[in-house]
Write a protein that binds this ligand. Structure first.
Ligand code: CA
Ligand code: CA
Ligand code: CA
Ligand code: CA
Length: 265
């Protein structure tokens, strides 16, 4: 039965493809103190910023409309979470110069998505979950009071963290595909776990301080790990299956464990 359904779906592909190529519309509104931004099946692109009076401005770019209009939406009364989900398509979310009072949750369906956060402060947790596709996540000058979680699906993902301050745990998981994770100038108040799963991945951690435990798991595939000027209480590095290589410079921990990292870079 499933096969028949699939074949039927193939027949409507040209129409679906045409819809996906459109920039589409994004709905932005405030619900019980939460900022909600929702996309459609098109390739949506939005920029979110906070105005000096505290209101959030949501601007569509590249032809994306916001609430059906070609001009930005300006929203007041946000005192809780921000929840963003742009749905299917190749979406782009840029947040620059904004403070979220409680949690910031960004989700996206399959597609090649871009999430860029610059000068963003989160009052509680920052949770970013992107599905399959080649995703690009860039965090620069980001402050999170509690936890930071980033998960990307199958596909070659790039995750860049630069100048981030996280009050509690950091968890980064990039799953299948040849992924790249780079972390620079990070300050983590509790543990940091990086797991890059299957595929030939590259992880680079530059000046970074982790108060408790730092765990890096590179999974299956031939992976490379660079670490320079990294301090933590405990460090556990695991290359997993494949021929994995490492270059560790000025790495300082009370306890350190290395597993399956047979090559040097
Ligand atoms: Ca979309
Ligand atoms: Ca991936
Ligand atoms: Ca791997
Ligand atoms: Ca490996």
């Amino acid at each position: 039965m499933r096969r028949v359904t699939n074949r039927k779906r193939l027949g409507v592909e040209p129409l679906e493809e045409r819809i996906l190529l459109q920039a589409g519309n994004v709905w932005a509104y405030v619900d019980d103190g939460d900022l909600i931004v929702r996309g459609n099946g098109g390739n949506n692109a939005v920029q979110i910023t906070q105005l000096p009076n505290g209101a959030y401005q949501i601007t569509g770019t590249g032809g994306t409309t916001v609430n059906g209009a070609n001009q930005p939406a300006v929203l007041n009364g946000v005192n809780d979470d921000a929840k963003i989900n742009l749905g299917r398509g190749n979406d782009s979310i840029t947040i620059e110069g904004a403070a979220v009072p409680d949690d910031l949750k960004i989700k996206d369906s399959n597609g090649n998505n871009l999430v860029q956060l610059t000068e963003v402060t989160v009052g509680d947790d920052l949770n970013l979950k992107l599905k399959n596709g080649n995703n690009n996540v860039e965090l620069a000058d980001v402050y999170v009071d509690e936890e930071l979680k980033i998960e990307t699906g199958r596909g070659a993902d790039v995750v860049n963290l630069e100048s981030v301050n996280i009050g509690k745990d950091v968890k980064i998981k990039t799953n299948d595909g040849d992924d790249q994770v780079s972390i620079a100038d990070a300050n983590v108040g509790d543990d940091m776990k990086v797991n890059t799963g299957d595929g030939n991945d590259v992880v680079a951690i530059d000046p970074t301080n982790v108060a408790e435990e730092l765990k890096v798991k590179l999974g299956d595939g031939d992976d490379d790990l660079y670490m320079d000027t990294v301090t933590a209480d405990e460090i556990e590095l695991d290359g997993g299956d494949g021929f994995d290589r490492q270059e560790l410079t000025l790495v300082d921990a009370d306890e350190m464990e290395l597993e399956d990292l047979e090559g040097t870079l």
